[in-house]
Ligand binder design. Structure first.
Ligand code: ASP
Length: 320
């Protein structure tokens, strides 16, 4: 009888806390450095969700080891809706690249929803000799064989994009890992590294202000925000296409009522005119409402893990 009373009391407390949720600020861990594209997407999304939830949402950057450090912190956090993750395709590649991960990515989360799918751009430092993608390819195969290619660590989106590029061109470049592509952009503009491949959400501004050289966009068609930039396919890299999905995730075990509230806040946030405007300014679009759901995000995560696993295993190159 006593046990029953305790269980009933606990159930009531959970229901009450889900009803009151969120009663205090929410912390979103972004496993990439401040000032980069995932950071930008996360801050815009957090602000719009916070407005709807009537609570402040803070962003904590925890980059490193291809996002697995920050992701691990969310996996281990209390599943109470007060610690969340915003990350991208790197979640699914890390699941295979890091063989010693302390969590099973497919089952570690209660997904909240997808946020956006951002195109990537192939860019170079100011003064890099080539002006076009065609010239860049010739340069990398000749005088530019020592060119450095920066990324946000093994499994990051920039790493994936660089791998696709070098494998399609059959070249080896020296890669330089960072904790996120915010710092990469500073070093690219400062000419400490030569090239990177990064989400347009980080590169649109520097491309438009000519602080970096832009060679191609990785979408099927050109972007309205960067109309002069050819697609990789148009510029000679046949079939080269890559978009970076981002999603919001909570630790597994988060109460369904909290997941529901967060998901409704995300769906509402993605319709917020201010969010839509700010996303468009950085060359991306909010996910349509049917993809901003827990089921769609869970499905995307699982299918992306299955998609990348055989490719990574065939390459046989792991992060650990
Ligand atoms: N763009 C980065 C990546 O390559 C991450 C970031 O800093 O947002 O995954």
């Amino acid at each position: 009888m006593r046990l029953f009373a305790i269980i009933a009391a606990l159930a009531c407390a959970t229901a009450a806390s889900a009803q009151d949720y969120p009663a205090r600020p929410i912390n979103i861990i972004v496993p990439a450095a401040a000032g980069g594209p995932t950071d930008a997407i996360s801050r815009i999304t957090a602000q719009a969700m916070g407005k709807i939830l009537g609570q402040q949402i803070t962003i904590e950057n925890a980059g490193g080891a291809g996002g697995t450090i920050g992701t691990g912190r969310v996996v281990r956090a209390d599943p109470d809706g007060y610690t969340l993750l915003i990350y991208h395709v790197g979640l699914s590649t890390a699941a295979t690249l890091y063989r010693k991960l302390a969590y099973d990515t497919k089952s570690a989360f209660a997904a909240i929803g997808l946020v956006t799918e951002a195109p990537m751009t192939i860019i170079g430092r100011p003064g890099l000799p080539p002006d076009t993608l065609k010239e860049l390819v010739a340069y990398l195969k000749g005088a530019g064989a020592t060119t450095t290619l920066a990324n946000a660590g093994i499994g990051s989106a920039s790493h994936l994009c660089g791998m696709l590029l070098t494998s399609q061109l059959q070249l080896t470049l020296t890669t330089v890992p960072y904790r996120g592509t915010g710092p990469v952009m500073n070093d690219l503009i400062g000419k400490q590294v030569d090239m990177t491949c990064d989400q347009a959400t980080n590169t649109t501004g520097p491309i438009l202000s000519k602080q970096v050289k832009a060679y191609a966009i990785t979408t099927k068609s050109r972007l309205n925000s960067l109309p002069d930039l050819p697609t990789a396919d148009e510029a000679g890299l046949k079939g080269f296409e890559l978009a970076v999905w981002h999603g919001v995730f909570a630790p597994r075990g988060t109460p369904p009522a909290v997941v529901q509230k967060l998901s409704a806040a995300l769906t509402g946030a993605l319709k917020d005119p201010d969010l839509v405007k700010r996303f468009r300014e950085i060359s991306t679009e909010p996910m349509p409402a049917d993809k901003a759901t827990p089921a769609a995000a869970q499905q995307k995560l699982a299918s992306e893990i299955d998609r990348w696993a055989p490719i990574i295993k065939a390459a046989g190159e792991y992060a650990d």
